[in-house]
Write a protein that binds this ligand. Structure first.
Ligand code: HEM
Ligand SMILES: [Cu+2]
Length: 673
């Protein structure tokens, strides 16, 4: 396709609804409509959920590698007493950047990336509800990540810890711009988190395949929806906190939100931070459960045991997760009765997690499990996460917590939970869906080496930290004296970290080799049960030739050649089908916006403006004005040539039967396994 063709295609006048009523979809035609322009331009303007989702996953993985390199540097420094590999100032910047990057740039975005890629496929639609906003979110996120690492490289890396407690992070004790970088990066990463949450909630509630009532939504999708609701409540809290901190720090503004001398409140920071920070753990872990459920179901070859209990446990986790934040503040002067309440609530949350673990084990025990690589990671997850959960219960007890507060016991605990709850399921997911993305399988032998090196390396690194914590080694110290006797366990931890490094390297090699020359995968190599396996690998731009309907929870196992498919959607415009919230009954056709350059432009405005705001409050009104101008272009309707063409909603239906025809026809038989 040459450029003039590209433009004429994109500027074509929309065809009237009635003209393409029963037009049979053709792969080439659909691809023409749903693909972004080719080449670099396409990269800038694409709004396809698979492009955006893949981008999030790759970018977040790169940040994982960078933050992992920082972790290795810390481990080298701590390997021996009185080591001089890093000086204390650099060590502070490195542990803060490591923690911040792992939480804000890796764990949350990579989970959302999976959601943005797979949710539309799993619910049987062609794109997310607001594709341009989706593209915008990614670019803002990228800007935030570059800002954090740019800061570190220019000796302006944040150094007040990943939770940036005041007064340390305030203007008095953290002059310079290090903490400003942190505060603004928070906003730049939480905007995309909110964007992704809105995308996922709207898409799932309005665009499910006909027949996919709430009780047939795949557990992966439930996990993504529930996480998205948590994001909606948690992220504003940290954005508020970091915004207030930035204003406290900004010359000529000098608010006193956290300045005790002027009537501010230092503990307010901790409340706002942890009201976000505790749910954050579940925002990372719940999508992980979505991976686990998918993998367990596929390799047990049976439907998930206790589906309603699983969904309700996830919802309960989300609710209770907002009632625990004070357990991060046991060392502050809060009333004892109040603290006891949070001890109780913290222990309570083990119940829904326990229910899920029992459901997974029951599914495995009553199915015919095949120990493929993704399942291996799930088993690793169960072992590691249960250990982390147990030290969590230990820490929820206030009297013990006060003893080990700010020691390496805590560092051990949260790495067991975070790496166990997120990284293990994530590697399982990467192995599981690699064939869907690339059409090829990963090498099994390499993958096995990778798993065992990671599992052993992980426990070598973090198990000794429990003991070090009990022996009094506090976190965030750049070195220690030989007389402490901590040297050997620290050396062991460093050897473990290096082993994990080798394991990740093997994964990178496996990906690099297999994506070109791995065994061909076909549509559904593992025999998965969900809709993404009912289309080609990699999926075409339009996802499905005929949008599917479902009659149960496992369509790839249940659908037959007689199962109806959706027809009557436009084959010349980007149209999707909207359905009702509860029962997914077809409602009307919805035309979504075409690709556009404006999301990228707006993201640049937002990013640069937040950077500028470190220096002057004037950046705020000016940024709002420029942003509004850009938004005017974004929403401009009209048939300008080029990639900016109108996106409108089709006129509301006169009656359902008139607007939409759902007819049974000989769809291409989905393959069965
Ligand atoms: C992959 C191997 C990893 C290693 C070897 C590692 C190592 C470490 C070490 C040694 C510290 C403590 C530094 C200190 O207190 O002096 C630390 C802190 C931290 N890590 Fe990791 N880490 C790893 C992965 C992760 C992951 C995957 C996450 C999150 C998803 C994470 C989140 C954090 C956080 C939040 C902190 C606290 C930073 C702070 O005190 O401000 N880490 N890590
Ligand atoms: Cu917590």
């Amino acid at each position: 396709m040459d450029d003039s063709e590209k433009i004429s295609r994109l500027s074509a006048t929309p065809t009237r609804v009635s003209e393409q009523w029963f037009e049979e979809p053709h792969a080439e035609q659909l691809d023409h409509v749903w693909s972004p322009p080719r080449g670099f331009l396409g990269w800038l303007v694409t709004t396809n959920h698979k492009d955006i989702g893949r981008r999030y996953i790759v970018t977040a993985f790169i940040f994982f590698l960078l933050a992992g390199i920082l972790a290795l540097m810390m481990r080298i420094q701590l390997a021996r007493p009185e080591n001089h590999f890093l000086n204390p100032d650099v060590y502070n910047q490195i542990f803060t950047t490591h923690g911040t990057a792992m939480m804000f740039l890796f764990a949350v975005p990579i989970m959302e990336g999976f959601g943005l890629y797979f949710v539309p496929l799993m619910i049987g639609t062609r794109n997310v509800a607001f594709p341009r906003m989706n593209a915008f979110g990614y670019f803002v996120y990228l800007f935030g990540g570059l800002m954090l690492f740019g800061g570190l490289l220019t000796n302006t890396g944040p150094d007040a810890g990943w939770f940036a407690y005041v007064p340390l992070s305030g203007p008095q004790f953290s002059p310079g711009h290090r903490v400003d970088i942190w505060a603004d990066m928070i906003t730049l990463t939480e905007i995309p988190a909110l964007v992704g949450a809105v995308e996922i909630i709207t898409t799932v509630f309005k665009q499910r395949a006909p027949g996919m009532s709430l009780n047939r939504i795949p557990l992966f999708v439930w996990a993504q929806v529930i996480t998205s609701f948590m994001v909606l409540f948690a992220m504003p809290s940290i954005m508020l906190a970091s915004g207030a901190l930035a204003m406290d720090r900004l010359k000529n503004v000098n608010t006193h939100f956290f300045n005790v001398a002027e009537g501010g409140d230092a503990l307010l920071w901790q409340h706002l931070f942890w009201f976000f920070g505790h749910p954050e753990v579940y925002i990372i872990f719940i999508p992980g459960t979505g991976f686990v459920s998918t993998i367990v179901e596929t390799f047990s070859r049976r439907k998930m045991f206790g589906y309603p209990a699983m969904v309700l446990s996830l919802i309960a986790t989300a609710f209770i997760g907002f009632g625990l934040w004070v357990h991060h503040m046991f060392a502050t002067p809060l009333p004892k009765l109040g603290q006891a309440f949070f001890t109780g609530a913290s222990m309570l949350i083990a119940i829904p997690s326990g229910i899920q673990i029992f459901c997974w084990i029951a599914t495995l025990a009553t199915g015919k499990p095949k120990l493929k690589i993704p399942l291996l990671w799930v088993l690793g997850f169960i072992v590691v996460f249960v250990l982390g959960g147990m030290t969590g219960i230990v820490l929820a007890s206030m009297s013990i917590d006060i003893q080990v507060h700010d020691t390496f016991f805590v560092v051990a605990h949260f790495h067991y939970v975070l790496i166990g709850g997120a990284v293990f399921p994530l590697f399982g997911a990467l192995h599981y869906w690699f064939p869907k993305w690339t059409g090829r399988m990963l090498n099994r032998a390499l993958a096995q080496w990778q798993f065992w090196l990671f599992f052993i390396g992980f426990n070598l690194t973090f198990f000794p930290m429990h003991i070090l914590g009990f022996h009094g080694m506090t976190r965030r110290i750049y070195t220690y004296l030989p007389e402490t006797g901590w040297g050997n366990l620290n050396l062991l931890a460093t050897i473990g970290a290096a082993t994990m490094g080798i394991s990740v390297l093997l994964f990178l090699i496996n990906v690099a080799v297999s994506r070109k020359s791995g065994a061909l995968a076909g549509e559904n190599p593992w025999g998965g049960s969900t809709l993404e396996w009912m289309t080609a690998s990699p999926p075409p731009s339009y996802n499905f030739l005929h949008l599917p309907t479902v009659a149960g929870r496992c369509p790839a196992w249940e659908n037959t050649p007689e199962t109806p498919v959706v027809s009557g959607l436009s084959t010349t415009e980007r149209e999707v089908l909207t359905t009702t919230i509860l029962d997914a009954v077809p409602e009307h056709r919805y035309e979504i916006s075409p690709d556009s350059i404006w999301p990228l432009v707006l993201a640049l405005v937002v990013g640069l403006d937040l950077l500028w705001m470190i220096f002057t409050p004037w950046a705020y009104p000016i940024g709002v004005f420029v942003g509004l101008v850009v938004l005017a272009f974004w929403f401009w309707r009209g048939n300008e040539p080029g990639w900016v063409v109108e996106g409108i909603m089709s006129t509301p239906p006169k009656s359902k039967t008139e607007q939409l025809a759902l007819k049974t026809e000989d769809a291409k038989a989905p393959s069965h396994h």
